[in-house]
Ligand binder design. Structure first.
Ligand code: PLP
Length: 394
C-alpha cells in the first residue's frame, strides 16, 4: 500500500465508519496486531512506557506536573475509574450535562455512591461559566466538577476553557471527559488547568478499542490512594504498580497497545494535535458544506460545531425514512450514526478516523444518490427543527 493510498482507499473493502469510535483505522494499525506479546516481557513493558510518554507529550505539560495511567476497558470504564479514584469518598461532584455522556457521568457518580449535583442542560445547550460559578458559590461542599469536552451525542464542543477558569477561580477541582476530543482539539495544560482528563484508544488517536487512559496531576494521583470503590478501576493502584514493575495490574490488551503505538506515531507524523485537528476540521467543513448544498441543516450553528461529529436534522419529506437512508448509505460504503435528540429526528456523521476530504466528498455524493433513490427532492428539515435550533444562537 503506497503512502497516498492510505486514506483514499477503502480499507480491505470494508465500509468507512463515520462514527465517533470505533472508527476507520489505517492498514498499519490493523497490521500491528498480527503478533502476540507477553505482558510480563521487557518488550511489552517498554511499549507501555512509550505509550505513556507519548500521550503525556500531547498535553503541553512543560513543568512535568502530569502523569499518564492507562486502564483496560472501553472509555466508560476509564471515566468511572477517574471519578472513583480522584473524588474522595466524602467528595461532592457537580456534573454538567448536555447529552448522553454527561448523563452517564452523573449516573456513574451516583452508582459509586458519591454526592451528586447535576446541571442538566438537555440535548445540547452548553453549560456556561456563569451558571457554574453560581452553583459553586451556592454550595461550598462541591469538590469536583466534570464535563464532556465534546459531547459526542450532539457533537457540540463545550466551552471547557470558560468552565475551567470558573472552577479554578472557585478553588474546586476540574475533571474532563475528553474522550472524543483528545488528540484533535487542544487541551494545553498550561492554559487549561485540570485535575485529570480521560480519553480512550479508539477515538482521535485512531487506535482500536480496548483501553482508556487518564492524564492527571501527579499530586492528585498521590493523594488518591484508597479512594476507589473498585479494585479493577483503581487508577492509583494501577499507577503505583506500573511505576514499580512496568506492568499493568491485570491482563493488558496487548494487541491493542501495539496498534495504539503505531497510531500514536502516525499522529505525531501528521503534526500532532494541530495536524490531526486540521484534517478533521477540513473533513467537517467539506462534509457540512456539501450536505447543506443538498438542503440538510445542522443542529448547531457553526460556532458550536466540533470537528468530531455533526448532527443533522432528518428531512421533513415523508419519503425520508432513516433506516432506509442508513442501509442505502451502507451499501455505498459509509456507515453513519443515528441521532440522539429527544425533540426532533436526527442523524450524525463523524469526521474522525482514517478519512480525508476526498472521502467526505464521496459521503456527500452518496447522500445525494441515496436521496434520489428514496425520491426525496428536498432535504430541508421540518419547521420545528429550526425553532429548536434557534434556542442556541451563534
Ligand atoms: C466514546 C465516549 C465515551 C466512552 O464510551 P465507550 O462506549 O465506553 O467507549 C465517553 N464519553 C464521551 C464524550 C465519548 O465520546
Amino acid at each position: 500500500m503506497t503512502e497516498t493510498a492510505k486514506i483514499s482507499d477503502p480499507h480491505l473493502g470494508e465500509p468507512f465508519l463515520l462514527t465517533p469510535g470505533p472508527l476507520t483505522t489505517s492498514y498499519e494499525v490493523k497490521q500491528a496486531m498480527l503478533r502476540d506479546w507477553g505482558s510480563w516481557d521487557d518488550d511489552f513493558r517498554a511499549m507501555t512506557v512509550d505509550l505513556r510518554t507519548r500521550l503525556l507529550a500531547l498535553t503541553g505539560d512543560s513543568k512535568n506536573v502530569l502523569d499518564c495511567v492507562p486502564i483496560q476497558g472501553s472509555g466508560t470504564f476509564a471515566v468511572e475509574a477517574m471519578i472513583g479514584t480522584f473524588v474522595p469518598k466524602d467528595g461532592h461532584v457537580l456534573v454538567l450535562a448536555n447529552g448522553a455522556y454527561g448523563k452517564r457521568s452523573a449516573e456513574t457518580v451516583e452508582r459509586i455512591g458519591l454526592r451528586l449535583t447535576l446541571i442538566d442542560k438537555g440535548d445540547y445547550m452548553p453549560p456556561r461559566g456563569e451558571e457554574v460559578a453560581a452553583a459553586l458559590a451556592a454550595d461550598p461542599s462541591i469538590t469536583h466538577v466534570i464535563v464532556a469536552h465534546c459531547e459526542t451525542s450532539s457533537g457540540i464542543l463545550n466551552p471547557v476553557q470558560e468552565i475551567a477558569d470558573t472552577v479554578n477561580a472557585a478553588g474546586r477541582k476540574f475533571l474532563i471527559d475528553s474522550m472524543s476530543a483528545f488528540g484533535a482539539v487542544d487541551l494545553d495544560f498550561e492554559e487549561l488547568k485540570y485535575e485529570a482528563v480521560v480519553s480512550s484508544a479508539n477515538k482521535c488517536i485512531e487506535g482500536v478499542p480496548g483501553f482508556g487512559f487518564v492524564i492527571a496531576r501527579k499530586d492528585a494521583l498521590e493523594a488518591s490512594k484508597g479512594n476507589c470503590h473498585s479494585l479493577s478501576l483503581d487508577m492509583h493502584a494501577q499507577w503505583a504498580t506500573m511505576n514499580k514493575t512496568g506492568q499493568w495490574r491485570f491482563t493488558p490488551p496487548t494487541h491493542v497497545v501495539a496498534a495504539f503505538l503505531v497510531a500514536l506515531k502516525a499522529h505525531e507524523a501528521e503534526g500532532g494535535v494541530i495536524g490531526r485537528g486540521a484534517r478533521y476540521t477540513n473533513n467537517r467543513d467539506v462534509m457540512v458544506a456539501g450536505m447543506r448544498d443538498l438542503g440538510f441543516e445542522t443542529l448547531l450553528q457553526d460556532r458550536w460545531l466540533s470537528p468530531i461529529i455533526v448532527t443533522f436534522f432528518c428531512p421533513a419529506d415523508e419519503k425520508f425514512i432513516f433506516s432506509d437512508f442508513y442501509n442505502l448509505m451502507k451499501q455505498k460504503g459509509f456507515i453513519i450514526y443515528p441521532g440522539k435528540l429527544t425533540v426532533v429526528d436526527s442523524f450524525r456523521v463523524g469526521c474522525i478516523g482514517q478519512m480525508d476530504e476526498h472521502i467526505m466528498r464521496r459521503v456527500v455524493a452518496a447522500a445525494k444518490e441515496t436521496l434520489d433513490e428514496m425520491g426525496v427532492a428536498d432535504a430541508s428539515p421540518p419547521e420545528i427543527a429550526l425553532i429548536e435550533r434557534a434556542k442556541l444562537a451563534a
